[in-house]
Design a protein around this ligand. Structure first.
Ligand SMILES: NC(=O)c1ccc[n+]([C@@H]2O[C@H](COP(=O)([O-])OP(=O)(O)OC[C@H]3O[C@@H](n4cnc5c(N)ncnc54)[C@H](OP(=O)(O)O)[C@@H]3O)[C@@H](O)[C@H]2O)c1
Length: 290
C-alpha cells in the first residue's frame, strides 16, 4: 500500500499536536512545520521537520515537496507576535496553499471555526473565511472543518470557577458542544480519508452555559454560584474595545463575546467528556501548587 505523506502546519499548537499523534498512530509519513529548532522537542516520532515561517513566502520554498496531504490549523488564538488575523489566518495559509498547488499536492485540510461562514463581519472570520474561499476556488481537493470550542478554551470557565463564582452574560441558556483535541484529531484524519469537503464538528455532550459553569464549579468542589450579567454589558464591552483598541487586541475578545451570545451546536462526535477533562485539569493545578 502507498503510504500517504502528510505535512502538518500548526503542529506546535493544541490541535496540531494531536493530529500528528493520530497520523503516526495510523501509519502515515509525517512532516512537521516548525518555526524554530527548539520546537523539535515537542515531537517524539515524526519523519521530517521543515523549518520555516509561513508569513515569509521565501522561507517555505519546497515545504510541500513529495507531500500528498496538507493539514493546517495555523491561526492566531492568543495574540503572541503582534500580527493580525489577515497576516496569519489568511496570508500565511495562502502562502502555504501556493506551495501546495505548485507541488500538485492531492488534498488540503483547513481548520476554521464553528459559524465562521456566518460571522464574516468578525475580524477572525473575515480572514479565516477569505482563506476558505481561496482554498475552495483552487484546483486542490479541499476539506474545511469548522470545529466548536476546544476543551483547552473551556479552561477559561474553570479558571473563573476557581474563585467560587462564574459570571455569564444573559440567562446562560445558550448551548454549545465543545470538543477535546484528541477526539477532534481523529475526526480530522477520518474526514480526510473519507474525502469530506466541509463539516461542522463538535463534542459528544451539548451543554447550556449554565451547565458548563456548574461542572466547572463542581470540579473545584465549590457550591454553585453563577452571576448573570445583563447582555448590554457584553455589547458595550465589544463597542468599547472596537472603539478604543486595535483589532489585534479586540479580535479575540470580540470573537469570544459574540460566540457567547448564541447557540453553537455542531455535529456530535468523540468520547471524551468535559467533566473528566475538568477533573484532570483541577488535579494538575492542585499538584502544581504543592
Ligand atoms: N481554540 C478553540 O477553541 C478553537 C475552536 C475552533 C477553531 N479553532 C481554530 O483552530 C485552529 C487551531 O487552534 P489551536 O487551539 O490548536 O491553536 P494554537 O494552539 O494557538 O496553535 C496555533 C498554531 O498556529 C501557529 N501560528 C500562530 N501564529 C503564527 C505565525 N505568526 N506564524 C506561523 N505560525 C503561527 C502556531 O505556531 P507556534 O506554536 O510556532 O506559535 C501553532 O502551531 C486555530 O486557527 C483556531 O482559530 C480554535
Amino acid at each position: 500500500m502507498n503510504i500517504k505523506k502528510v505535512l502538518v502546519a500548526g503542529a506546535t499548537g493544541y490541535l496540531g499536536q494531536y493530529v500528528v499523534k493520530e497520523l503516526k498512530k495510523r501509519g502515515f509519513w509525517v512532516r512537521v512545520l516548525i518555526r524554530n529548532k527548539a520546537q523539535k522537542d515537542k515531537f517524539k516520532a515524526v519523519d521530517d521537520f521543515y523549518l520555516g515561517q509561513l508569513t515569509s513566502p521565501n522561507s517555505i520554498k519546497g515545504i510541500t515537496k513529495d507531500i500528498d496531504w496538507v493539514f493546517s490549523s495555523v491561526g492566531i488564538t492568543r495574540q503572541k507576535d503582534g500580527m493580525t488575523y489577515m497576516d496569519v489566518d489568511y496570508q500565511a495559509n495562502s502562502n502555504l496553499l501556493k506551495e501546495a498547488l505548485k507541488d500538485k499536492v492531492e488534498a488540503f485540510q483547513y481548520i476554521s471555526a464553528i459559524n465562521g461562514d456566518k460571522l464574516k463581519h468578525l475580524k477572525i472570520f473575515e480572514a479565516k473565511e477569505k482563506f476558505v474561499e481561496e482554498l475552495q476556488d483552487s484546483e486542490i481537493n479541499y476539506c474545511v472543518l469548522r470545529p466548536n470550542g476546544f476543551f483547552s478554551d473551556m479552561k477559561d470557565f474553570l479558571n473563573m470557577a476557581k474563585s467560587g463564582r462564574v459570571y455569564l452574560f444573559g440567562d446562560g441558556n445558550f448551548k454549545l458542544n465543545p470538543i477535546h483535541g484528541e477526539d477532534l484529531a481523529k475526526i480530522c484524519v477520518d474526514k480526510m480519508e473519507e474525502g469530506i469537503k466541509e463539516e461542522t464538528i463538535g463534542g459528544i455532550d451539548i451543554f447550556t452555559q449554565n451547565e458548563l459553569a456548574k461542572i466547572a464549579l463542581k470540579a473545584w468542589k465549590k457550591p454553585i454560584k453563577i452571576s448573570h450579567l445583563p447582555d448590554w454589558t457584553r455589547r458595550f464591552t465589544i463597542w468599547l474595545l472596537r472603539t478604543f483598541t486595535s483589532s489585534k487586541t479586540y479580535g479575540p475578545i470580540e470573537f469570544f463575546l459574540t460566540a457567547m451570545a448564541d447557540d453553537n451546536i455542531a455535529n456530535q462526535y468523540g468520547t471524551i467528556r468535559l467533566e473528566d477533562f475538568f477533573k484532570l485539569e483541577v488535579n494538575k493545578l492542585k499538584n502544581k501548587k504543592y
